[in-house]
Every structure is written in structure tokens, then in C-alpha cells.
Design a protein around this ligand. Structure first.
Ligand code: NDP
Ligand code: A1CAB
Length: 270
């Protein structure tokens, strides 16, 4: 049987993408197949209707579009160029969607040993709740139109935007890793709420504040700085908090943190 979509690596992101594809109807579960060394992971995929491949070679034989969803460091472990699963790759038939951070389409072609069409996507975990943000880039040998499935799939699970491949390291730093920065803020706010004696209500107070602020940010025409000013009464409580953040150099630290994420993405691709 031929499957429109297959996953090499049935980890967390692959599961989120496959569930999103099935939930939105972009690709029904029975038209997807997955390969992973872990039987347990394959059972998770089977539990919502995705077929298990015997191995990566079986997957490549079965799937037309292959999602590379292993850790970037695992690419070379998938096989020698032109050997194993890569032996069965037909550049006319197969398209790749790679979600691996940092790994260029040129590097993927080198690892596979053939000039294949690669569409690179940098998604993020909110796609699990239909609020993802994905950057989509055509790789070296991809043609306009090769990204249509990716745009449909990731667009159905949130927003998808076309970017050039050279910008993907920056996209990874901003929106790929981005949810972790917001969760870090949530952790710190919850710890503070606990310390201020609100342990019972901390989760709701923090989560709803972040949710409401995100909604306001996306619906309003105001910039983040204007929205912040509207919360900040002169000489008031917010001014005390923001003054402390500025004194401590938190803004510069956040910029430096995103730079570190971008640099790590470049390093992963070497
Ligand atoms: N997590 C995130 O927020 C995001 C991640 N990404 C990218 O997504 C990719 C996957 O990340 P994530 O889902 O978090 O990682 P996971 O570790 O959850 O998933 C990777 C899966 O690949 C499996 N695997 C390992 N070796 C092979 C092999 N030879 N053949 C087939 N499968 C194999 C792993 O098995 P085992 O565990 O047994 O090794 C694991 O189940 C990464 O490249 C990452 O850069 C992109 C955007 C966001
Ligand atoms: O941390 C990582 O490397 C991956 C890429 C973006 C989000 N998670």
C-alpha cells in the first residue's frame, strides 16, 4: 500500500504533526505510516490509526512524502549515503519534509546521497492545540509547489509562513524554541505567586494572564510596548516591576538568549 505521508522518527513532534493532520482532516490517519526503533512509540501512533512500518526502508518504500523527525544529531545514523533506506529513494517520487533544527537541505541531500527535494519546516509545540507557528522553506532542489502539502498541513494546525532557508536558524530561535521562553516566564510567575501566598490559585492566575495577554496582543493594533504602557500607571505597581526588570538587564538577556538559540541552530548544521 502507498501512503501520502510517512514519518522517520515517531517522537513528540512527529506525534503532534500526525495528530494535527488527522484532526484537521488534511491527511487521515489511515493514510500515514511511521517508523521508529521504539515499539512503544509505534503503539502510540497505532492508537490513533497510523500504520507502523517494519523499518525505515519499509517506510520509504511505502510513503511518498517522508517527514524527517529524528533529532538533528541522528541524521547520519539513519544510514550511509545511498545505502539502507536511502537506497530506495527515488528523487522523482519522494519529497522530504525535514523538521530537524539547523540541518540544511544540502546536508540532507549529502546524507541521503541523492539530490532530493527537501522542504524544511520549523514548527512549534502549540500546533498540538491548533495554535502552532511554522516557518516553511524550499530547500536546494525543491521546486515551487513542493511546499504545498507542508503549507496546508501546518497552516491547518495554526499559522504557516514561507521563509527562505537561510532565515530558518533565526525562525528556530524566535518561534521554534519560543514556547519554552513563555513557559519559563510562567514557571517564574507561578513560583512568585506561591511565594506571595497564592499557591492554590497560582496556576489559574498565571495561565489566564498569559492567555489573555496573547489574545490581546494578537487582536490589538497596538505594539507590545504600547500595550505594556497601558498596564503601567505612573508610580504604580507595574512600574515597580518593569523598572526592576530593566535595571536587571532582562531585555538584553532575552535578546542574547535568542542569539544563543540561533547560534546553536547554526552549530547543529555543521
Ligand atoms: N520539540 C520541539 O519543540 C521541536 C522539535 N523540532 C525538531 O523535531 C525533531 C524531533 O524532535 P522531538 O520530537 O522533540 O524528539 P524525539 O526524541 O521525541 O523524537 C525523535 C524520535 O526519533 C526516533 N529515532 C531515533 N533514531 C531513529 C532511527 N534511526 N530511525 C527512526 N527513528 C529514530 C527516536 O527514538 P529514541 O528516542 O528511541 O532514540 C524518537 O522516538 C528534532 O530534529 C528537533 O530539532 C522542531 C521544532 C520544535
Ligand atoms: O530545542 C530544540 O533544539 C528544538 C528546535 C526548536 C525547538 N526545539
Amino acid at each position: 500500500m502507498r501512503y501520502p505521508l510517512g514519518f522517520i522518527g515517531a517522537g513528540n513532534m512527529a506525534e503532534a504533526i500526525a495528530r494535527g493532520a488527522a484532526r484537521t482532516g488534511v491527511i487521515p490517519a489511515e493514510q500515514m505510516i511511521a517508523a521508529d526503533p521504539s515499539e512503544e512509540r509505534l503503539q502510540v501512533f497505532e492508537s490513533f490509526g497510523v500504520t507502523s512500518a517494519s523499518d525505515n526502508l519499509g517506510l520509504v518504500n511505502a510513503a511518498d512524502t517522508v517527514v524527517l523527525a529524528v533529532k538533528p544529531q541522528m541524521l547520519s545514523a539513519l544510514g550511509e549515503p545511498g545505502q539502507g533506506a536511502w537506497w530506495a529513494i527515488d528523487p522523482e517520487r519522494h519529497t522530504f519534509i525535514s523538521i530537524m533544527a539547523g540541518i540544511s537541505s544540502a546536508k540532507i541531500c549529502e546524507a541521503i546521497g541523492k539530490p532530493v527535494r527537501v522542504v524544511r519546516v520549523m514548527p512549534n509545540t502549540p500546533l498540538m492545540v491548533g495554535k502552532g507557528m511554522a516557518g516553511v522553506a524550499l530547500g536546494e532542489h525543491a521546486q515551487p509547489g513542493d511546499d504545498e502539502l507542508a503549507m496546508r498541513l501546518f497552516g491547518a494546525c495554526g499559522e504557516a509562513v514561507r521563509v527562505s532557508e537561510k532565515d530558518l536558524d533565526a525562525v528556530t530561535a524566535v518561534s521554534g524554541s519560543g514556547p519554552a521562553y513563555v513557559f519559563y516566564l510562567a514557571e517564574a510567575m507561578q513560583a512568585a505567586a506561591d511565594e506571595l501566598g497564592l499557591s492554590e490559585q497560582a496556576r489559574l492566575l498565571v495561565n489566564q494572564t498569559i492567555l489573555g495577554s496573547a489574545e490581546l496582543l494578537s487582536q490589538s493594533d497596538d505594539t507590545p510596548a504600547e500595550l505594556r504602557r497601558k498596564v503601567t500607571s505612573p508610580g504604580g505597581t507595574t512600574a515597580a516591576a518593569i523598572g526592576h526588570l530593566e535595571e536587571q538587564g532582562v531585555r538584553e538577556t532575552i535578546v542574547a538568549a535568542l542569539r544563543a538559540a540561533r547560534d546553536r541552530s547554526i552549530e547543529l548544521g555543521k
